[in-house]
Design a protein around this ligand. Structure first.
Ligand code: PEP
Length: 252
């Protein structure tokens, strides 16, 4: 198995003003400054990117956006281009989050275009996939993931996906306090890695990081990280407080 560097990412969703976000980021930078073996990323709202960049610049905390639009520029009111995201200081971007799929009509096809635009602009995509509770109950988990990944990653070369990060986020576990069991998480992560191997070969599938997301907290991070195919976490609610997020980053 290749060496995969752990990654803990925080998704701040539609929370915090610029000042609040900057304060939390400053606290986090202080709390995790000794961490060397883990990639750390936070994704505040667009309006806080510039202020949070001031707080994390030069630290071991990377900045991510929560979305982007694939066009370079133009008459697309309300949208943000990859260049704008980079200009604000981002190195990462979360794409295809289930809340965007559910409330803002994102499809596998639009996520594919966004991943392409991110990679072309040298941004690291954190590509989110996951099934709903109804899909799990009707035993569609693997077919749903297969479709999300086959379409989401359609048309890419192996080389272009080297820095891609995948996040498995069962929709029924997001913000609900329910976490997938160890068996459920490992089973799906292994499925995703196998699928990536079939699509892009062993070198890529072995090196790619697959994060788990869904009610991750300091109390459950170590059992998740102990799983063979779990390489980190995408954290929503528990990333909003610097101390709690730092406890996840520095889990024992
Ligand atoms: C998320 O939104 O990506 C997420 C995993 O949220 P939470 O940790 O709050 O379940």
């Amino acid at each position: 198995m290749g060496e995969r560097r752990p990654m803990i990412a925080g998704n701040w969703k539609m929370y915090k003003t610029g000042e609040e976000a900057k304060d939390t980021a400053k606290q986090l930078v202080e709390l995790v400054k000794e961490v060397k073996n883990t990639d750390i990323m936070i994704a505040p709202a667009f309006t806080s990117l510039a202020s949070v960049f001031q707080a994390v610049k030069g630290s071991n905390v990377a900045l991510g956006a929560q979305n982007l639009f694939w066009e370079t520029q133009g008459a697309y009111t309300g949208e943000i281009s990859p260049m704008m995201v980079k200009d604000a200081g981002c190195t990462h971007v979360i794409l295809g989050h289930s809340e965007r799929r559910q409330y803002f009509s994102e499809t596998d096809e639009s996520v594919n275009k966004k991943i392409k635009a991110a990679i072309e602009n040298n941004l690291i995509p954190v590509f989110c996939v996951g099934e709903t509770e109804a899909q799990r109950d009707s035993k569609e988990t693997f077919s749903v993931l297969d479709k999300q990944i086959q379409i989401g990653l359609k048309g890419f070369s192996v080389k272009s996906l080297e820095r891609l990060v995948v996040a498995y986020e069962p929709v029924w576990a997001i913000g609900t306090g329910k976490t997938a069991t160890r068996e459920q998480a490992q089973e799906v992560h292994a499925f995703i890695r196998n699928l990536l191997e079939k699509m892009f070969g062993l070198d890529l599938s072995d090196g790619i990081r697959i994060l788990y997301g869904g009610s991750v907290k300091p109390e459950n991070i170590s059992e998740l990280m102990a799983l063979k195919d779990v390489d980190g976490a995408l954290v929503g609610g528990a990333s909003l407080t610097a101390r709690t997020f730092a406890d996840i980053v520095t889990f024992k």
